[in-house]
Design a binder for this molecule. Structure first.
Ligand code: TPP
Length: 276
């Protein structure tokens, strides 16, 4: 897929994230819009995973540690044919499997997450298993900067370096906001790059909304043989909808009808620009 095609896909994903959150009257809007370009590139360029090979032991693994932004994952998985997009109309409804956090009841989802701080440890376990089984699959996990203070992440970070897991890549959705304020105010984890480097990871920074830059970054994995890779993806919470951008209110805010229409208009205009 070309960069332009992926850029268009990102806008379509954003529209769908809003559509289903608006329909459900629930969801994590800002963080889903923040990470969707990363998911786009992962699922449409990087990961060897599809509905057909999802039970193969050789498939790549993607574990979404910041589980609350599952709406972004749902629209990407639906687009890949893991389940009919129609199913997302049941988002957050009684008896639906499409709940507000990832669950293995949904095809394409590797692990239940949402209690923050669990995805990286699980990914480390998967990557160790690949090494033990002499398999070539790779393991990717997406973390939020607000989730980084969870202690389990640091134990996993130590372990990943100890076992030289160069088949592991953690991506940080570095939007600098979390649930109730800036990440720095709630619990400062800076300097993140120096911390992971000192733990024995190979660290790179990227613009998490630049499709081309993301492709190049993922194509360069592993950054160092014998070390796990850490990508700090600089993102904007609420990206693509100007009134939501960098506003903590939209962590789990749901647009009203007028706001929803305005957001769609803005995204449709962005689509016209990409098409030019
Ligand atoms: C163990 C745990 N503690 C608290 C929460 C509540 N919680 C949900 S989202 C969130 C903030 C996460 O911030 P971040 O990881 O930066 O996500 P983003 O801003 O990218 O949406 C918190 C504290 C949780 N889900 N799990």
């Amino acid at each position: 897929m070309t960069t332009k095609e992926l850029e268009k896909k990102s806008i379509e994903y954003r529209k769908k994230i809003l559509k289903y959150i608006y329909g459900a009257n629930a969801g994590h809007t800002g963080g889903s819009l923040s990470c969707v370009d990363i998911l786009n590139v992962l699922y449409n360029h990087v990961l060897n995973v599809s509905p057909e090979n999802f039970t193969s032991p050789d498939r790549d693994r993607y574990i979404q540690s910041k589980g609350h932004t599952v709406e972004a994952l749902y629209v990407v998985l639906a687009g890949k044919g893991f389940f009919p997009e129609e199913d997302l109309k049941t988002l957050c409804k009684y008896k639906s499997h499409y709940i507000g956090h990832p669950t293995k009841k949904v095809k394409g989802i590797e692990q239940n997450t949402g209690a923050l701080g669990h995805g990286l440890p699980i990914a480390v376990g998967n990557a160790i298993a690949a090494k033990m089984d002499k398999k070539d699959y790779r393991v990717f996990t997406l973390l939020g900067d607000g989730e980084l203070p969870e202690g389990s992440n640091w134990e996993a970070a130590l372990t990943a370096a100890h076992y030289k897991l160069d088949n592991l890549c953690a991506i940080l959705d570095y939007n600098k906001l979390q649930i109730s304020g800036t990440t720095a105010e709630v619990c400062n984890t800076e300097p993140i790059d120096a911390k992971f480097e000192s733990f024995g990871w190979s660290v790179q920074h990227v613009d998490g909304h630049d499709i081309d830059a993301l492709i190049k970054m993922f194509d360069a994995l592993p950054f160092t043989t014998g070390k796990p890779s850490f990508i700090i993806a600089h993102t904007v919470k609420g990206k693509g909808v100007s009134y939501m951008e960098n506003n903590v209110k939209w962590h789990h805010g749901v647009p009203n009808e007028k706001q929803y229409e305005d957001a769609l208009t803005e995204l449709d205009n962005a689509l016209i620009t990409v098409n030019e």
